[in-house]
Design a protein around this ligand. Structure first.
Ligand SMILES: [Zn+2]
Length: 221
């Protein structure tokens, strides 16, 4: 199956999405029933203009349901299909595939922020792997553990950018269509990864405790 980034125009992408919805129909679990379609929509949702607020990164499954107000029909019109994200923290939320097809025209600062987060995700995973039995530092639960930056990610990023104002303004995409640094920006990326490794201090917090902090936006595990 084609990747959302491989289409030349948004019209072609939209037609492909419509065709895919038609051939898939309503579905409780794309991941189990149509794994290829699941991979496609997971990539597509990376284009949502508010993918951070939507917590697309937490997606563990996607379902397609009939709009609550839509009448059941033999052939359900495309607009009566509603997509839901199922997240690793147990929540679910609808998401507009139309917004994703249109795609986000994101300012450089936002894309840079994503690339910088993506680039230190390995360190977050390492931290998580090194603390398999650590409960939330505040309330001691083992549920919904997240990795929190004690010093805010935003502050670390701003300090680094103050010292390295010549930052990349163009980015590549990984297989999930997430922003990453291009090979030609490897020196910048390595410097940032080293800065983060040296200056970030991380801890395990459960999601509710993390959300009470004003720096919510940690990496979820
Ligand atoms: Zn907690």
């Amino acid at each position: 199956m084609k990747h959302p980034e491989e289409f030349d125009t948004t019209e072609e992408l939209r037609d492909f999405v419509v065709h895919t919805i038609r051939s898939t129909g309503l579905c409780k679990s794309l991941k189990n029933e149509h794994p290829e379609v699941y991979d496609f929509f997971l990539s597509l949702f990376q284009r949502h203009p508010e993918k951070e607020r939507k917590e697309v990164a937490l997606t563990t499954d996607i379902s397609i349901r009939r709009f609550p107000k839509a009448k059941p029909q033999a052939v359900q019109p495309i607009q009566d299909h509603q997509f839901f994200l199922h997240r690793s923290n147990g929540t679910e939320d609808s998401i507009s595939w139309v917004s994703c097809v249109k795609g986000a025209i994101n300012p450089v600062g936002k894309r840079l922020n994503w690339a910088m987060r993506q680039s230190i995700e390995g360190q977050i995973r390492e931290f998580r792997a090194a603390h398999p039995n650590t409960p939330c530092e505040f309330c001691h639960t083992y549920e919904n553990r997240t990795v929190d930056h004690i010093k805010k990610f935003r502050d670390l990023k701003d300090e680094f950018l103050n010292a390295h104002p010549n930052h990349p303004t163009e980015f590549g995409k990984n297989e999930l269509a997430q922003e990453i640094f291009r090979p030609e920006d490897a020196a910048f990326e390595t410097a940032w990864q080293e800065y983060h490794r040296t200056h970030a201090s991380l801890r395990i917090l459960c999601k509710p405790c993390n959300m009470k902090l004003d720096n919510y936006g940690a990496f979820h595990i």
